[in-house]
Design a protein around this ligand. Structure first.
Ligand SMILES: Nc1nc2c(ncn2[C@@H]2O[C@H](COP(=O)(O)OP(=O)(O)OP(=O)(O)O)[C@@H](O)[C@H]2O)c(=O)[nH]1
Ligand SMILES: [Mg+2]
Length: 315
């Protein structure tokens, strides 16, 4: 159904993945063979940096090329109803009626197996649906977001002027996952300074031979300025990834992350299931713990053992 382009079937599966419904595995196993065509582009950066505005510009640019575009907006904190867009994404809604654009929002709600695992699954569905490009917007704060960035082929890190010392903290975590930097809001003072600081950091790291050096693209996303350079940088990185000397190793690296995610997610769901089957759940189990009672190590062993039993029963 999804392979033949049924948007409703795909939307339902993506909602089930978000809600952590059992049984999505069956569909994903089927779909997997049909994935691998889409280019996945992560867009990350601090809140309000202009990620959605950049996404919007990229959607326009790729649609002009006749490409099908999927967008996954990952919002780690604010709760909102499934499929609904955050206020700031109203701009993207102009694409909502375009049959070549699919937009999904992911919230932590219901993501039993972890946000990054379910985001990866949603990306796969969009890939199998025939999306040429999948844009994934995340707020670059936590480990989840960094894991999601790793799942992308190309990760764009968005910085803005006036971040002060924050830039150091943000860059430290994101430098290693960045394939391209955007200095957005270049219409404001301080864009030069951010760019200079970035160059110093990149120079300090030093380019190892044959390694990719992330380009720095200046943008005024609100006006669409710099979008062609960004598109060019993404295309260049794509060509680099396709280079024989790197393609194999990078693909294995990405698949390794993927496998670890799936293992973690399955275990987490299984253990949660076992805990839920106890009357009183985790609180009741924890109440038995303490120096005079049971120790957490044995209890954890017991829960994990039961979880593994439940997994083999499911087969
Ligand atoms: N001056 C200026 N403002 C911009 C530019 N790009 C985006 N903005 C504004 O910055 C604000 C935040 O933009 P968004 O695209 O929503 O930023 P975001 O990173 O997606 O924000 P969150 O998803 O909330 O983290 C909006 O008011 C935009 O209009 C720019 O190039 N220059
Ligand atoms: Mg946004």
């Amino acid at each position: 159904m999804i392979l033949s382009g049924s948007v409703r079937a795909a939307a339902r599966l993506m909602r089930d993945i978000e809600d952590g419904m059992p049984g999505t595995d069956v569909a994903l196993k089927e779909l997997y063979r049909h994935t691998g065509r889409a280019r996945v582009i992560g867009i990350t950066g601090s809140p309000g940096a202009g990620k959605s505005t950049i996404c919007d510009q990229l959607i326009k640019a790729y649609r002009n090329d006749g490409k099908k575009v999927g967008v996954v907006a990952v919002d780690p904190s604010s709760p909102y109803s499934g499929g609904a867009l955050l206020g700031d994404r109203i701009r993207m809604q102009e694409h909502a009626t375009d049959p070549g654009v699919f937009i999904r929002s992911m919230a932590t709600r219901g993501n039993l197996g972890g946000l990054s695992a379910s985001t990866c699954d949603v990306i796969k569905v969009m890939d199998a649906m025939g999306c040429d490009m999948v844009l994934v917007e995340t707020v670059g704060v936590g480990q989840d977001e960094i894991d999601i960035a790793r799942a992308a082929h190309t990760t764009i890190v968005v910085l803005i002027p006036g971040m002060g010392d924050d830039i150091q903290a943000i860059k430290a975590g994101l430098l290693e996952v960045a394939d391209c930097f955007v200095v957005n809001k270049a219409d404001r003072d301080g864009a030069d300074k951010v760019e200079r600081e970035l160059r110093v950091m990149l120079d300090m790291r030093g380019a190892r031979k044959g390694e990719w050096t992330p380009p720095i693209v200046r943008m005024v996303a609100l006006k669409g300025e710099g979008i062609d350079s960004l598109k060019g940088a993404v295309a260049q990185h794509g060509a680099f990834l396709a280079d024989d000397t790197w393609a194999g190793a990078l693909a294995v690296q990405r698949r390794k992350c993927e496998l670890v995610e799936v293992i973690r997610s399955k275990l987490r769901i299984a253990v949660d299931g076992v805990i839920d089957s106890y009357a009183g759940g985790i609180d009741a189990i924890s109440a038995e713990l303490g120096p005079g009672g049971r120790d957490p190590y044995s209890v954890a062993d017991e829960l994990i053992e039961k979880a593994i039993e439940s997994l083999s029963e499911k087969k």
